[in-house]
Design a protein around this ligand. Sequence first.
Ligand code: DX5
Ligand code: ZN
Length: 219
Amino acid sequence: MSSKLIAPSILAADFGNLQRDIEMVNNSEADWFHIDIMDGVFVPNISYGMPVLEAITKHATKTVDVHLMIIDPDRYIKTFADLGSDILTVHYEACTHLHRTIQAIKAEGMKAGVALNPHTNVNVLEDIINDIDVVLIMSVNPGFGGQSFIENTFNKIKQLKTLIERKEAATKIEIDGGVTDKNAKSLIDAGADILVAGSFVFKSSDQLKTISELKSMIK
Ligand code: DX5
Ligand code: ZN
């Protein structure tokens, strides 16, 4: 069985038919639900919040991967745990006391993720990599779906992989933004473990087939 994962981003789903789209992911070969929470302050957009996440976790039968694009994420760690998040990812750029934040996420029984904006060098995680379950490399500037993939992501994956191996960490590498059938395999070959895909999955005419094709591409 492949250990490489696909995580459809619900940001690109049809919110008028949210349950239908969640069931589609349940019935697909996808591995995780990727849920983008935006506050309009850390990023220039507002997505959705707790009531929508509650509706999602009520129907989702797979791992719920929550990506917080918010300032002061510490204020909501318990809330996101109570709402059924399995993985909680915070932005490096939004955390003054990242070590404390990661410990608080784990204390609530969730896996801890740290996201890096495109301009943030992976080496800032040197002293904390062994505590992190997942590093999410943003391959677009966070805030919107449907943007173009930033090619420098490939360099960042390789640098992060080197850091993880040097530190003998078990950290997984997740890529978020602009993932399509054109770059999926190269991302995995470069060292990625999890690919988030929003528009490419939900804007396709046959979503189940698109997920299945992405999945077989990265096996
Ligand atoms: C962007 C979000 C992404 C987004 C990806 O800020 O973090 O998860 O939904 O969407 P696509 O795959 O359309 O770039
Ligand atoms: Zn995301």
